[in-house]
Ligand binder design. Structure first.
Ligand code: SF4
Length: 313
């Protein structure tokens, strides 16, 4: 009996995937998915990547509709970079708690206190925050962006851990840190790292710059998710301890079946990244939901900050 139910679910899943692919073709749509999405979404995506890769891709797409399987700020970024396209976020409630840790009023006040500073905002921020920024950055290019901005003083928002990592690597700049953090990455601890080193002494420890700074200091490599994929591919090591959202470990295993991956401590999951299911992608295409709409003035200002970022990479 249990076997029969599983078989039906597989058939339904296959059916759903075929319907999604049909609708995608009919509507000249493209599916973008972040590396932290669930495996079923990763497997059906046209493009899979981190924020920087997906931002660059969305800018040059030929299709009319972008279905963004990720969280709200990512779909907003795609809309800002491709204002003429229809951008759909399949689950309206897929937000980012880190992006919500900063608001417009407080940032305006901080800017007023430091008129000589540039605002560098991590892409994990709302369109309104990007519009108030001089330049955006991702975890992959934050160090380069800060190094290249033509002023000494920087207001770095909203992630304090990424900002700390940038300051360590670009000591010549004076960085004012916003005190936001990612609820998922903040859970990785130095105790987990020490323990994992004991059990897997030959493994490379690779962490994401949103992790706490004592974890970053003791890691072998601190990289964005795209950087992690590249490092693992290029490395001669067989074992890796990964300090980021567990969705990336699925992709790492799939692309490197001969290598071994361990999570740094317990597997950490971003509930917002896991909200999007195949049914939601189907509904997004079938019903045209949920359309990302932004104020024109905000889009134009945010676009300047994003385009400046791309020019610094
Ligand atoms: S992993 Fe962290 S930064 Fe990324 S979407 Fe989830 S809460 Fe936001």
């Amino acid at each position: 009996m249990a076997k029969k139910i599983r078989l039906n679910m597989e058939v339904d899943m296959q059916d759903l995937k075929s319907k999604i692919l049909e609708l995608r073709k009919e509507q000249n749509a493209v599916l973008l998915a972040h590396n932290y999405q669930i495996p079923e979404i990763q497997n059906i995506a046209d493009y899979l990547g981190d924020s920087l890769e997906l931002s660059k891709i969305s800018k040059d797409l030929k299709e009319n509709t972008i279905v963004f399987c990720g969280v709200k700020f990512m779909a907003e970024t795609a809309k800002i970079l491709s204002p003429k396209k229809k951008v759909l976020l399949p689950v309206m409630e897929a937000g980012c708690p880190l992006a919500d840790m900063i608001n417009v009023e407080d940032l305006i006040e901080l800017k007023g206190n430091h008129p000589d500073a540039w605002v560098v905002s991590y892409v994990n921020s709302s369109a309104e925050i990007k519009a108030l920024s001089d330049v955006c950055c991702t975890s992959a290019n934050a160090i380069n962006v800060v190094r290249n901005v033509p002023v000494k003083k920087i207001i770095f928002v909203p992630d304090k851990n990424l900002g700390w990592w940038v300051q360590k690597n670009v000591p010549e700049k004076e960085i004012i840190l916003w005190q936001g953090y990612c609820l998922v990455h903040e859970q990785f601890s130095i105790d987990d790292l020490m323990l994992v080193r004991k059990f897997h002494p030959t493994a490379e420890v690779i962490t994401h710059p949103e992790c706490p700074h004592d974890v970053l200091e003791k890691s072998d490599f601190v990289l964005s998710t795209a950087g992690m994929l590249k490092r693992v591919k290029d490395s001669t090591s067989k074992k890796f301890v990964i300090g980021t959202e567990e969705g990336l470990i699925y992709r790492l295993k799939k692309e490197n079946p001969e290598k071994y991956f361990y999570s740094l401590g317990s597997a950490r999951t971003c509930l917002n990244m896991k909200k999007t299911k195949l049914e939601d992608v189907y509904n997004a295409l079938a019903k045209g939901q949920y359309v990302v709409e932004l104020n024109l003035e905000i889009m134009e200002k945010a676009k300047l900050a994003l385009e400046r970022m791309v020019s610094y990479v």
